[in-house]
Ligand binder design. Structure first.
Ligand code: ATP
Ligand code: MG
Length: 558
């Protein structure tokens, strides 16, 4: 495995593992990451991936990637492919081949027969509604199904017919015979097998009965020799059932389940079902839309694998659920980009500048460092020409603005163009409607890399791009996808909190020439504007497209 992080977090699960190893209960740690291929992975899954792969790596063990593909109705090959790509992109490599729960279906079937033969499972004909009324409530014991005492022979014959497709969907199920009055609802004769007359993406038409999550998961772990089966807290109540199967079946190993609190982020939904709705309803352009909290979306937004891993490793692995501020994720992304992203210039809202004392067809190649503190990132040349663009927001005609209030270009005053000359704004050209089209300026000779003469003081430093050699680009700016801090934790439908202004497209931005050659997915700091990434799919040298990853500082901080 290849995660380069050396800072291994310690928490209650690592403590358990250390004890298991030191007391000899476990020889080699085996973990697994077990997604159901019914959607793309999201930032919550990233936490689980970093935990499972991270622990295996930390303790010299291995981690499997296993698709928990027991429900063909919602699963798809597209998700299987995307999940593998995302795990690898995060920097992890699973042990051996990818595993599939579906490759153990024959074994599960035989174990179901084992339970029937030992009097611990039965075929039940109650309808779904009847079964639920028989189940009782948390405070009220359930009632035994009238089919609970069928003979072993009858159950074997009926289960065989289920498997052979002789019953309709919903006609009957196979249930474990445990305890209808258990205070734990999961032990009230849970379902082991359902009839689903539906082909499966891996097993085709081989099966028309499919095991439940509960009947599959622990046995999958046992088959793979998983030592520490780590899942989220909502499965804590399922643990007695997990253990019941392990105790009552001739499984090859005895895995143990441990639960930790899932990652919830404010202003974010982390449920594949809800994310799928955003995709299906066209609220976003797809699972990899840069506004999505999916791994594919964060990737396209310009988040780096190490930034995401550092965030995940900063999270508590605790026995309670909590909500993490999305600013914490952004902190790690920004920190990583600040360290690694080369600097460049891009004008988002161009205003034309004409330098009156620079020759029309002349060009001066200026040298700029790509990173202020990393000389190894090299230098680049930036062409300086008579006509330039600066940002509209960097110019004002209001001469009453103090130097402190407005550290940019004001008519009659001086500003430094980043890495180039100090210039003075002399005259504003306007349309008949009063819109500024151009500002005529004069440059101060000898000010590249040098202070201006006595008596001249630049108000500040602004970025610019040559209008002659710069390239036009499209830049996409993003805001939060949801306006509500907890979009899916109240009574209201989360869809009503979708931010209608989460995407802004700027089609007339100007980038310095070297940026047109940016590779897809390459990240930059656009000076004074923030961090941007060349879009993974849409960017090319003739039509450059950049996505804003994040601002230079946390603009929403209280
Ligand atoms: P979702 O609710 O988004 O569909 P899930 O739990 O159904 O998520 P799975 O594909 O079953 O998705 O999850 C694979 C693994 O990732 C499981 O071990 C699960 O516990 C873990 N996981 C899922 N969501 C989170 C989260 N928000 N935080 C931490 N771990 C998570
Ligand atoms: Mg699930």
């Amino acid at each position: 495995m290849s995660s380069p992080d050396s800072t291994a977090p310690s928490h209650f699960i690592s403590a358990i593992i250390e004890q298991d190893l030191s007391e000899g209960r476990v020889k080699q740690v085996v973990t697994r990451f077990p997604p159901e291929p019914n959607g793309y992975l999201h930032v919550g899954h990233a936490k689980s991936i970093c935990l499972n792969f991270g622990l295996a790596e930390q303790y010299g063990g291995v981690c499997n990637l296993r698709f928990d593909d027991t429900n063909p109705a919602k699963e798809d090959q597209e998700y299987i492919d995307a999940i593998q790509e995302d795990v690898r992109w995060l920097g992890f490599q699973w042990h051996g081949e990818v595993r599939y729960a579906s490759s153990y279906f024959q074994q599960f079937y035989e174990w179901a027969i084992h339970l029937i033969k030992t009097g611990k499972a039965y075929v039940c004909d109650l309808s779904a509604e009847e079964a639920s009324s028989y189940r009782g409530w948390a405070t009220e014991p359930g009632k035994d199904s009238p089919f609970r005492n069928r003979s072993i022979e009858e159950n074997l014959a009926l289960f065989e017919k289920m498997k052979n497709g002789e019953f309709d969907e919903g006609a009957c199920v196979l249930r474990a015979k445990i305890d209808m009055s258990s205070p734990n609802m999961n032990l009230r004769d849970p379902i082991l097998y359902r009839i689903r007359k539906m082909p499966h993406h891996q097993t085709g038409d081989t099966w028309c009965i499919y095991p439940s999550y509960d009947f599959a998961h622990g046995q999958e772990d046992a088959i793979e020799g998983v030592t520490h089966s780590i899942c989220t807290l909502e499965f804590a109540d399922h643990r007695p059932l997990y253990e019941w199967f392990i105790e009552n079946l001739p499984v090859p190993a005895k895995p143990r389940q441990y639960e930790f609190g899932r990652l919830n982020l404010n202003y974010t939904v982390t449920s594949k079902r809800k994310l799928k709705k955003l995709v299906d309803d066209g609220v976003v352009s797809g699972w990899n839309d840069p506004r999505m909290p999916t791994i594919a979306g964060m990737r396209r937004r310009g988040y780096s694998p190490q930034g995401i891993r550092h965030f995940c490793n900063s999270l508590a692995v605790a026995k309670t659920d909590g909500v993490v501020d999305v600013a914490q994720l952004e902190f790690f992304i920004r920190e990583d980009l600040n360290d690694n992203a080369p600097r460049a210039m891009c004008v988002l809202n161009p205003l034309r500048i004409v330098i009156s004392n620079f020759a029309e067809d002349s060009v001066e190649q200026l040298i700029a460092h790509n990173h202020p503190s990393k000389p190894e990132l090299g230098d680049r040349t930036i062409p300086f020409t008579k006509t330039l663009y600066i940002d509209k927001a960097d110019f004002s005609e209001d001469t009453t603005l103090s130097k402190k209030q407005f550290q940019r270009l004001v008519i009659g005053d001086y500003v430094r163009l980043r890495g180039a000359y100090v210039i003075r704004a002399d005259e504003v050209i306007k349309t008949s409607g009063g819109e500024i089209t151009e500002v005529i300026c004069t440059l101060v000779e000898g000010t590249v890399g040098a202070n201006p003469p006595e008596g001249i003081k630049a108000r500040g430093v602004i970025h610019w791009v040559s209008a002659t050699y710069g390239k036009r680009a499209t830049v996409r700016l993003y805001d939060r996808l949801f306006t509500h801090e907890a979009p899916d934790r109240g009574e209201d439908d989360f869809m009503q909190f979708v931010n209608p202004h989460s995407l802004e497209m700027l089609g007339n931005c100007w980038i310095e020439p070297s940026l047109a050659d940016a590779k897809n997915e390459q990240c930059f700091q656009f000076e004074r504007e923030g961090y941007f990434v060349a879009d993974r799919y849409d960017h090319n040298a003739t039509q450059p497209v950049f996505n804003k990853t994040i601002g230079l500082r946390d603009s929403k901080a209280k």
